[in-house]
Design a protein around this ligand. Structure first.
Ligand SMILES: Cc1ncc(COP(=O)(O)O)c(C=O)c1O
Length: 400
């Protein structure tokens, strides 16, 4: 039996967590079809189209590998294809995900060195530079960082990280997780000379979870020749083989591929620049709302520097004495909006608004409206109307 929703909750539920995100009906419909042959015919064309489109999304001429896996799978694929047990890896933290990625490599036998962070700012570029400069024997084989960290809500400057390696004249591979930035935030793999980049289906790419992608340039492919952590399922060499099934190392997740084909077509038809612009406008409106509500101290951005706040997700800390769960429960139970909890070190401290993927003005302004309604209903005193601030921000930005 369907649970009765709150008094203004009947209608379509809205998922405002930072992934998985809203799946367009067109993508859902594309997957709703019988299975087809996996060796010949239209699936081969779907694979080719998706690989070509993914190159555009990653902005690379390198090779793309697709895995029936979530982001954790892609992390393992990336490390295993270019590194060997005992290799040293420099992990640039800025939240939960670079740390977890690095730690996932411990079982693979990698040695980690962390550049730690407060989780309230981008990676510590200065410290990273010092470590790279002092590594005169080039023991560090790879540098790991996340473009957008969905736990802290930060966006790191990947081009600047590339610049640190150049400045230190260091040959380490640069590995970037762009799981939460692909399709939402400009990422230029080749221009920024990122050697390995990672994506996942369930965020800016508007798809269900279950597919992940690793893009590799020539330098990464050369490192792959010597890597000893390769295993059959993730192995690029096997996946470069001539048969179609090799690209998936087994039965292709064909329904996910039908969906991906549709989602990538939607994204590229909109245009990457237009999608980035949309995310910027909507993120600016969310930030205006948070600033307006919070200027009396009720809430604050987790990321302190405005330029380091991501366009995919906003992480908000609530003042002492206010329970994030109360706010989240109110929004879900009364108005069918599911906001994100804060995770990792920020667990219990606030909430997250996901604003990436298939989102437009009514969706995001609707979420902000529900949050403001909750603040009234809970009698939490806020400084001024976030909805008014957000609509003004967006309206002024969209003036002819
Ligand atoms: C930036 C980033 N990297 C990696 C992951 C892990 O991905 P998955 O949960 O699909 O394994 C997430 C999940 O939210 C993420 O936001």
């Amino acid at each position: 039996m369907t649970k009765t929703k709150g008094r203004v909750g009947q209608g379509r539920d809205f998922l405002a967590i930072p992934g998985p995100t809203v799946i367009p009906d067109a993508v859902l419909n594309a997957m709703h079809r019988p299975a087809i042959d996996i060796y010949t015919g239209s699936l081969v064309a779907v694979t080719e189209r998706c690989l070509t489109s993914l190159k555009t999304v990653f902005q690379t001429q390198g090779d793309i590998y697709m895995y029936a896996a979530n982001g954790h799978g892609a992390w393992e694929a990336a490390l295993g294809n270019v590194l060997s047990a005992g290799d040293e890896v420099l992990v640039l933290e800025s939240g939960l995900f670079a740390k977890n990625w690095g730690e996932s490599g411990v079982l693979q036998g990698l040695n980690l060195q962390f550049v730690s962070s407060s989780w309230q700012s981008a990676v510590d570029y200065e410290q990273a530079l010092q470590i790279l400069q002092s590594d005169s024997k080039h023991r560090i084989k790879a540098v790991l960082a996340v473009h957008v960290d969905t736990a802290s809500g930060v966006v790191n400057d990947v081009q600047r990280i590339r610049g640190l390696l150049d400045q230190a004249d260091h040959p380490a591979l640069l590995l970037i997780d762009c799981i939460a930035s692909l399709g939402t935030t400009r990422f230029l793999m080749d221009e920024w000379r990122v050697d390995v980049a990672i994506g996942s289906s369930q965020k800016g790419l508007m798809m269900p979870p279950g597919l992940s992608f690793v893009a590799a340039n020539k330098k990464a492919k050369a490192a792959h020749q010597k890597a000893q952590l390769r295993t059959h399922y993730w192995d690029w060499t096997f996946r470069d083989g001539p048969e179609h099934y090799m690209k998936y190392c087994g039965t292709p997740p064909e329904h996910l591929m039908f969906g991906l084909d549709c989602a990538l077509d939607m994204l590229l038809t909109e245009g990457l620049d237009a999608a980035f612009d949309r995310h910027q406008l909507l993120a600016d409106s969310v930030r205006s709302a948070v600033s307006a509500w919070g200027s009396n101290g009720l809430m604050q951005f987790n990321i302190q520097q405005p330029a380091e706040r991501a366009n995919s997700v906003t992480t908000i800390q609530l003042a002492e004495g206010y329970s994030p769960q109360t706010l989240l429960d109110w929004c879900e139970q009364n108005a069918s909006v599911k906001l994100g909890i804060t995770i990792g070190e920020l667990n219990g401290k606030g909430f997250r608004i996901g604003h990436m993927g298939y989102v437009n003005a009514p969706m995001i302004l609707g979420v902000l409206g529900v949050i403001e309604t909750a603040l009234y209903a809970l009698e939490w005193e806020f400084a001024s109307s976030g909805v008014a601030a957000a609509t003004k921000e967006l309206g002024v930005a969209l003036q002819q």
